[in-house]
Design a protein around this ligand. Structure first.
Ligand SMILES: [Fe+2]
Length: 430
């Protein structure tokens, strides 16, 4: 097994069950990124509203840089680099590749233009067609492995495109509409508490199909008996916390979160706005009256933890979450459902584990037992971020449907609100 294949040994495409070839998958994923940008005007492409947000144009270029850097330059004979400065402009954080443009200054890049970036994408796509046609290439296993990584990487950026466009439009007083989107008017199903017996379980990715290195190795975990809420916390439930002075009671908050509140960094979910005693929220369809039955979203870890304290419950661990999700069909309000906003829970039993909102867990984003950050620049993908972040599970209404699985570990810093993050409660069985 080659070094790259060994490093990312789980990054294989399960072509036996996949109806498309690698090249068809490549074309579909790449086209989807551009389709997601179709509602944008040219002026929207270069805006960066905070360091975490990247301009849409940068996402389109960076995902191309990934294929150029990790596939075309090492493996396509006679490949001609599109532009010598792009390696610096569109490298995100790979120190072993070289220096990179500062993240908070991505919005300074009025050039290259959108037209240039789209031409860069075409240049990369044409070269990738030539590379992927060479399945007799001496390094084909590496090429296949890295292409699958690149496509999953691009899907992650498709989600970021949507969350960043939302942030960009929310910062504009005109509150532009990205797309006119449907909205469910259903009432949220009553919350149930579903018990899990606990015991010795296994979590983590198994050997079939694609998974990131941070989901491996699969390993045993012992769980005490616990209960998991049947659905995420709704806006109405979270509003009760606010109206009970939730943000004014230090006993509910972690010290760091309380300090952030005192510094004025947050005092409600991101995108909530009180207008004439009525709560509204920014969505990808512009401003809408808050739907009380939909899951609360854009809350950070501190808010999720404080809410759980107020409710007399706790956040689940990632192992508790996965133990239940492992037996749950991967379906729900994911991006391809077309809502792009969390919707009210309709059913009984365990609901909405996948889609709607990423669910904060109380688990620190740490390596699993036996994990070693892989060697080489691609080893920087996940491992070096295992510090000071928390794990979120389940995907959201802007996660591509074929991108989520029970073992998927997302991770953000505890103060982050701009992802579509929500709360599912747990409790101990006494
Ligand atoms: Fe990236």
């Amino acid at each position: 097994m080659s070094r790259t294949a060994e490093i990312l040994r789980h990054a294989t495409l399960d072509c036996h069950s996949c109806p498309t070839t690698l090249i068809e998958g490549y074309n579909t994923v790449r086209a989807t990124s551009e389709t997601l940008c179709e509602p944008l005007e040219i002026e929207d492409y270069g805006i960066q509203t905070m360091p975490d947000v990247s301009p849409p144009k940068w996402h389109l270029a960076h995902t191309s840089w990934f294929f150029e850097t990790f596939l075309l330059k090492p493996y396509l004979k006679d490949y001609v680099e599109y532009h010598p400065d792009y390696v610096r402009l569109f490298n995100s954080y790979y120190d072993q590749v070289g220096e990179y443009h500062p993240r908070p200054q991505r919005g300074f890049l009025s050039r290259p233009t959108v037209k240039d970036v789209l031409q860069y994408r075409t240049h990369v796509d044409n070269a990738m067609q030539r590379l992927l046609a060479q399945n007799d290439h001496a390094n084909w296993t590496d090429i296949e492995t890295r292409t699958v990584i690149g496509l999953n990487h691009e899907q992650q950026h498709q989600e970021l495109l949507l969350t960043d466009i939302k942030h960009i439009f929310a910062a504009n007083p005109l509150r532009p509409v990205y797309r006119d989107l449907p909205q469910s008017t259903a009432e949220a199903a009553p919350l149930q508490w579903l018990e899990h017996a606990g015991g010795l379980i296994e979590i983590g990715a198994d050997v079939n199909g694609f998974a990131y290195d941070n989901e491996c190795p699969r390993h045993k975990v012992y769980l005490q008996p616990y209960k998991l809420a049947s659905r995420p916390v709704t806006n109405a439930e979270y509003l009760a916390f606010i109206e009970d002075a939730g943000y004014d009671r230090p006993e509910l908050w972690l010290s760091e979160g309380w300090k952030a509140i005192k510094e004025g960094r947050f005092n409600k979910p991101l995108y909530w706005e009180l207008r004439d005693a009525e709560w509204w929220q920014m969505t990808l369809s512009g401003m809408r009256v808050l739907n009380p039955d939909a899951p609360v979203c854009h809350v950070n870890y501190f808010e999720a933890d404080a809410y759980a304290n107020w409710a007399g419950k706790r956040l689940p661990t990632e192992a508790e979450w996965e133990a239940v999700a492992a037996d749950t069909p991967i379906e729900g309000n994911l991006r391809d459902a077309g809502y792009l906003q969390p919707q009210a829970c309709k059913g009984e039993g365990m609901q909405q584990l996948f889609g709607d909102v990423w669910e904060w867990t109380q688990s620190a984003y740490n390596p699993y037992p036996g994990f070693h950050a892989p060697q080489g620049a691609l080893g920087e993908y996940n491992g070096k971020f295992m510090c000071s972040q928390y794990v979120l599970r389940g995907g959201s209404c802007v996660t591509p449907e074929n991108h989520i699985r029970p073992s998927y570990r997302n991770f953000f810093y505890p103060a982050d609100q701009w992802q579509v993050s929500g709360i599912r409660l747990a409790e101990d069985v006494s």
